[in-house]
Design a protein around this ligand. Structure first.
Ligand SMILES: Cc1cc2nc3c(=O)[nH]c(=O)nc-3n(C[C@H](O)[C@H](O)[C@H](O)COP(=O)(O)OP(=O)(O)OC[C@H]3O[C@@H](n4cnc5c(N)ncnc54)[C@H](O)[C@@H]3O)c2cc1C
Length: 458
């Protein structure tokens, strides 16, 4: 048994090369948190380790297990729920250097990848085969497939192609004691045994380290038609989502932006959409049927107070790319908090109406974007430091109110970002004590010493 952190680091140095073991303060700091809200000063890990192979990960985990040393698996650190926030003595296992695409099997429509592959890079690599990896969180140019799997990430194209879970067929996982297991299959179908692949998907680094994944690819659409739709108000845009569903058009992307968000994009990109409408829907139709779907949509919204972009004009496509940056590249802080709830689609109109009432009551600002095709809303609440009485308490009450409202409407506290550190306090609002304790038992089975991202997800 190793006694001190120093001895532990010395042991690590025997299984890793010098470039794989980082102790420099700036690197520790960079790896101490994600984009999620951090209250107080960042806490630094003892070290950041960069495995290059599965063997490296196993060696690191064996040592960590022996020493009871907490390990935070980390991809690109773009999470927004504090999932990689450091909360105590630990090492950060940064998987960014395990970034090889090991295989693309076009006829099987699968790829085999290491966890540090960037989502965008995988898409580039398979495009030549007429294929794509569908789940595309707005962070797709930065975030990793390993991080996407560990958070069961959503994204824009999920409206049609489903979330990450629908695209993961198998994973190799290093367990807390260093054992390597393979779960899942190479085929789209397969029902042998419990679905452990699904269990690791969304496990937020608390059950094992994902070191390899077999992912399902989809056909790159033969045609894509993008339409922007400007509505007079947020409520009208949400009703627009329902109208699209009722005429049975299935967009690949269906995003909603309210007017404060449009104003931010206008400032960022020197455009002037905000003067034309109070909220926007961005629609992508894809595949062989997209021409027909486009004509149905244009008919549905003709003679209404909706401004549609011209057919084939590039501005709607540009707007979809702009939407991906609408969260901004700043991290949440004490005075700004991005939210992530989901409600049944029929409840979205009521939700946005009451959301603004909550913001008004607590005198905080709110702006809303949504993966509207999935009922997944991202309100961002903010207050000016020093404004009115106790701005932080007001912000926190507004947040709580928005989450309670989602649950009351039959929704969830997190649609795609995960519980991480930040949402733990609300998990009990959604899940019954028996369900929570069963999950704790699963965690204890996989991680008896509680060293895998302890204190996260529960
Ligand atoms: C601008 C912006 C836009 C975003 N848009 C979306 C969006 O549209 N949809 C969405 O779902 N999310 C979105 N996110 C959140 C974030 O990008 C996703 O959660 C993403 O999946 C995180 O990937 P990552 O590589 O950055 O993982 P990290 O943030 O590094 O880690 C996330 C979690 O996964 C665990 N983890 C990482 N790698 C592994 C591994 N190999 N094995 C085990 N556990 C691991 C970590 O411990 C942590 O709990 C956005 C974030 C930003 C900043």
């Amino acid at each position: 048994m190793i006694k001190t952190p120093r001895e532990f680091l010395n042991q690590l140095a025997t299984v890793l090369s010098a470039e794989q073991l980082e102790l420099r303060v700036e690197v520790l700091l960079e790896n101490s948190r994600d984009f999620g809200q951090l209250v107080g000063e960042p806490i630094m890990p003892l070290a950041v380790v960069y495995p290059g192979t599965v063997d490296d990960v196993q060696n690191i985990m064996r040592l960590a297990y022996e020493h009871h040393m907490p390990v935070i698996s980390r991809g690109a650190g773009t999470g927004v729920s504090g999932g990689v926030h450091v909360t105590g003595e630990c090492i950060v296992l940064n998987l960014m250097r395990m970034n090889r695409i090991l295989e693309v099997r076009p006829d099987d429509e699968v790829a085999v990848v290491e966890p540090g592959v960037i989502n965008y890079d995988l898409n580039l690599a398979v495009a030549d085969h007429g294929l794509m990896y569908a789940p595309d969180p707005a962070s797709y140019k930065m975030s990793t497939i390993g991080g996407n799997i560990a958070t069961n990430a959503g994204g824009l194209r999920c409206a049609k192609y489903g979330v990450t879970r629908e695209s993961v067929l198998a994973v190799d996982v290093v367990l807390s004691d260093g054992r390597l297991i393979h779960v899942g299959r190479n085929t789209f179908k397969g029902v042998a045994g419990y679905d452990l692949t699904a269990m690791f998907t969304g496990s937020e680094g608390t059950l094992g380290v994902i070191v390899r994944a077999v992912v399902r690819l989809r056909y790159l659409p033969v045609d894509e038609r993008d339409i922007s739709m400007l509505f007079p108000s947020l409520e009208a845009a949400v009703l627009g989502v329902q109208r699209i569903a009722r005429v049975r058009v299935q967009p690949a992307i269906l995003e909603l932006l309210d007017s404060p968000t449009i104003r931010i994009l206008d400032e960022q990109y020197a455009t002037n959409y905000a003067v034309h409408g109070g909220a926007m829907l961005l629609v992508r139709l894809d595949g062989y049927g997209s021409e027909k779907e486009e004509s149905v949509l244009r008919e549905t919204f003709a003679n209404q107070e909706v401004i549609l972009s011209a057919s084939g004009a590039g501005d709607a496509t540009a707007l979809i790319e702009m939407r991906r940056t609408s969260r901004g590249d700043t991290k949440d802080d004490a005075y700004r908090m991005g939210e992530d709830v989901a409600v049944p689609k029929s409840k979205m109109t009521g939700y946005v109406r009451e959301l603004r009432e909550i913001a008004y009551q607590h005198n905080v600002d709110v702006r809303v974007i949504a993966h509207a095709g999935d009922g997944n809303l991202h309100p961002t609440f903010s207050v000016e430091p020093g404004s009115g009485i106790d701005p932080l308490a007001r912000l926190s009450k507004a947040l709580e109110g928005s989450i309670r409202l989602a649950i009351e409407m039959g929704g969830t506290i997190t649609g795609e970002h995960g519980v991480g550190l930040i949402k733990r306090e609300w998990l009990g609002w959604e899940q019954a004590p028996d369900v929570l304790s069963l999950q704790r038992e699963i965690k204890a089975l996989f991680d008896p010493k509680n060293i895998l991202n302890p204190g996260k997800a529960f």
